[in-house]
Design a protein around this ligand. Structure first.
Ligand SMILES: [Zn+2]
Ligand SMILES: [Zn+2]
Length: 140
């Protein structure tokens, strides 16, 4: 049997109003900033996500968590009380992306690259010296 509940907590976080909280026990990927139009519409600017195995996250306050089906194969999770964008999950539910800004500090994470920069907004520049990838498999 997996001893998931006994593994150390890697991160905690939640939405602005505190209605939705989560705990991650397991590896978190480095943070990637996505500049695609879908992420920009959803996050009001570009999006920054880390990611973990879906089995490694426990979400509480799911009564306020709502899911927006952003494509036939993915959905985005947000708090229906304060509007915070929290999660992005593909239909296979094996991995879940977590909006980096919702993680309690210290996060122990680093932003490592930008993706979908070919579709970035026209009102800003990316000048932090991190790798920039023109595209990737499009966000959904
Ligand atoms: Zn909230
Ligand atoms: Zn995106």
């Amino acid at each position: 049997m997996p001893e998931a509940t006994e593994r150390p907590i890697r991160a905690t976080g939640g939405c602005l109003c505190g209605s939705v909280r989560y705990t991650v026990r397991g590896e978190l990927r480095d943070v990637i900033a996505c500049h695609c139009p879908l992420c920009r519409r959803l996050h009001s600017h570009f999006a920054a996500y880390t990611e973990c195995d879906s089995a490694d996250i426990e979400i509480v306050g799911t009564g306020k968590l709502r899911w927006y089906r952003s494509s036939p194969v993915a959905r985005r999770g947000f708090c229906s009380r304060c509007g915070a964008q929290l999660f992005s999950e593909s239909s296979d539910k094996r991995r879940i992306a977590i909006a980096a800004g919702t993680i309690d500090e210290p996060t122990g994470l680093r932003l490592t690259r930008h993706v979908c920069v070919a579709k970035k907004g026209d009102y800003y520049e990316i000048a932090d010296g991190l790798p920039q990838i023109a595209g990737r498999q499009s966000c959904e």
